[in-house]
Design a protein around this ligand. Structure first.
Ligand code: PLP
Length: 327
């Protein structure tokens, strides 16, 4: 078994839905479009980080850690889902935000509201960059160690990617059960764990005819590929297996849908979001998924994607951020 030597806890009790988006597909001229609904999960309003947390928290528990530290901007899906998973496991956690503290009472529409409901501690380290935030988290971990605690700093990209190797296995099995001749997979490309884990799993277990389309929401190609290569290599070592197909084989990376930059919307972002809501009653976040749907729509309209070949688009979640004022 692929994961038999690797610590993992169970947070996803069922496979996520694989739904046909017939009305959306008709509207953009695609006849076999499916959505992998990673936004619909039982824990913490769902999202891709739940799969990674199965391995991150598995490792934390195996190491005997008694407190988990996760860091991100206030609307971070990683932070919300880490807090939710720790609540479920009865594990202590601290969420660190690189933002200025706010003294007002947490209210609906404010990212602090959900932490308040969960009773999870948040620390604000000021509006600093990721480097300074990382240093702050390490200092905080040291402080906890000095108090006799055993902290786990969450976020190792290779461990996180394991969750999406597992998702690839789940998707291939589902496609087979539904008799879908899967030829294209779309997913957002950001920090790497999700899309590279998925790609690794698809190359390991899927056929050579499968095209993977990575729509960048953060980095240009020259920044992304070295990160991707490092995660891929890390997975080879951790799983003691090398896929028969390379990282770049039938992999397509798009920079042109990034728009004004990470977490910044463009008119196309909102068009895609509205179109999916109006044709399928499904909501998207503006940071990740709306850009992927905008990219897919554009590729169909330009005739760059064969519109009769089955395509799956991963909806990685993040919908709660749509309702938060900060994003
Ligand atoms: C974190 C996140 C991503 C990106 O995952 P990476 O592994 O960093 O590429 C995509 N979608 C949502 C909703 C996320 O929260």
């Amino acid at each position: 078994m692929l994961f038999s030597q690797i610590p993992r806890i169970s947070l996803l009790t069922e496979p996520t839905l694989l739904e046909k988006a017939a009305h959306f597909g008709d509207t953009i001229g695609h006849s076999s479009l499916w959505i992998k609904r990673e936004d619909v999960m039982g824990l913490g309003m769902g999202g891709n980080k739940v799969r990674s947390l199965e391995f991150w928290l598995g490792e934390a528990l195996e190491k005997g850690c008694d407190i988990v530290l996760a860091a991100g901007l206030p609307p971070s899906n990683l932070c919300r889902l880490t807090a939710a998973a720790c609540c479920r496991l009865n594990l202590d956690c601290e969420i660190i935000h690189n933002a200025a503290p706010s003294n007002t009472k947490p209210r609906r529409g404010d990212s602090r509201f959900l932490y308040d409901l969960m009773g999870v501690r948040q620390i604000y380290c000021g509006p600093v960059d990721e480097q300074a935030r990382k240093a702050f988290v390490e200092e905080r971990a040291q402080e906890l160690k000095n108090q006799g605690r055993n902290p786990y700093i969450l976020g190792d990209p290779v461990v996180g990617a394991l969750g999406y190797v597992a998702a690839a296995q789940e998707l291939l099995f589902q496609a087979e059960q539904k008799h879908i001749d899967l030829r294209h997979v779309f997913i957002s490309a950001s920090a790497g764990p999700t899309e590279i884990g998925l790609l690794f799993g698809l190359r390991l277990m899927g056929g050579p005819d499968l095209h993977v389309h990575l729509v960048s929401v953060e980095y240009p190609a020259h920044t992304f590929w070295p990160i991707a290569q490092e995660i891929w290599q890390g997975l080879c070592e951790k799983l003691h297996v090398t896929p028969p197909l390379s990282l770049q084989y039938n992999t397509h990376f798009y920079e042109e849908y990034l728009g004004p930059g990470y977490a910044k919307h463009s008119p196309e972002t909102w068009l895609a979001l509205r179109l999916l809501a109006r044709t399928e009653g499904i909501f998207l976040d503006t940071t990740y998924n709306a850009k992927v749907f905008a990219g897919l729509t554009d590729l169909c309209q330009k005739g760059h994607l064969p519109t009769d070949e089955a395509a799956v688009i991963f909806h990685t979640g993040g919908v709660p951020t749509l309702l938060m004022g900060e994003e």
